[in-house]
Design a protein around this ligand. Structure first.
Ligand code: 13P
Length: 287
């Protein structure tokens, strides 16, 4: 059964560790992440961008697949199925489709509109027992067509949005989706500290988990980050392993062309990446 992310994130905040959100693209991705979370006895959040939802033929398909897979694989750790960077309409569609968690990303809207729409969705989610993430300040870079300038969030605005009853809050602190540039200034811990002081027990979310050095991840967790999103790193792991398989000519040997064989090294590589992140975030053994 899919669960809201509320309880796992409250526990993470109190226990000073973070739960990973790993984005999914297809069946292989989902299976690799679920099996690894189970092996590591870790709660897990499966992230679905609107683009990935569309790719998988719609949110209903995704919810049905994940729900059934949790059951078929005998997964007993808490699993939340979460919309990543949702629009207002996308959020409503996911609630309807059976997601157990949503993110409404109103960060590109004027703050008053972000507040209004977030408030409206909070009321719907509360009624249905679904967790909801809001965003203030934008995450830099591009993810599935969602482009952000990467400005740091205003701690006063964070306090305002946190008080709307959201479950978790994503705040821009210099983080970027995808690869970090050579001249990246690093995370703004000053901003994170100020946000945490204004938002108290609210679990904070760090997007753009790919490529952030381990010491920065640990410091962010010590300053109140309880959910860390990782997407690109699993894509790179999958691509690298698949490339190696083909470059070694393994797809030409025997039945190496069988899709189950062709996709296996990539799926295994995702498992390794997820395992490393779970250990780094400290959520192993916390289910
Ligand atoms: P990365 O692709 O940089 O890991 O970011 C993932 C993310 O923040 C999803 O919302």
């Amino acid at each position: 059964m899919l669960v809201s992310a509320e309880e796992m994130l409250k526990k993470a905040k109190a226990g000073h560790y973070a739960v990973g959100q790993f984005n999914i693209n297809n069946l292989e991705w989902t299976k690799s992440i679920l099996l690894t979370a189970q092996e590591m006895k870790s709660p897990v959040i499966l992230g679905v961008s609107e683009g990935a939802g569309k790719y998988m033929t719609g949110f209903k398909t995704v919810a049905a697949m994940v729900d059934a897979m949790v059951d078929s694989l005998g997964i007993t750790v808490p699993v939340a199925l979460h919309l990543d960077h949702g629009t207002y309409d996308g959020s409503k569609a996911c609630i309807e489709a059976g997601f157990s968690s949503i993110m409404f990303d109103g960060s590109s809207l004027p703050i008053e509109e972000n507040v209004e729409k977030t408030k409206e969705l909070v009321a719907i989610c509360k009624e249905k027992g679904i967790s909801i993430e809001a965003e203030v300040g934008s995450i830099g870079g591009e993810e599935d067509g969602v482009i952000g300038a990467g400005e740091c969030a205003d701690p006063e605005e964070c306090e305002r949005v946190a008080n709307l009853g959201v479950t978790m809050l994503a705040a821009g602190i210099g983080n970027i989706h995808g690869a970090y540039p050579e001249n990246w200034a690093g995370l703004s811990f000053e901003t994170l500290d100020a946000i945490q002081q204004k938002t108290g027990d609210m679990p904070l979310v760090l997007h753009g988990g790919t490529g952030i050095p381990d010491d920065m991840i640990k410091k962010a967790i010590s300053l109140g980050v309880s959910k860390i999103n990782v997407n690109t790193e699993c894509q790179w792991a999958f691509q690298k392993a698949t490339r190696e398989y083909i470059m070694a000519g393994k797809d030409l040997e025997g039945k190496g062309f069988d899709p189950r064989k062709l996709l296996a090294p990539g799926a295994e590589a995702i498992r390794e990446t997820v395992k490393e992140k779970i250990l780094l975030f400290g959520s192993d053994g916390k289910a």
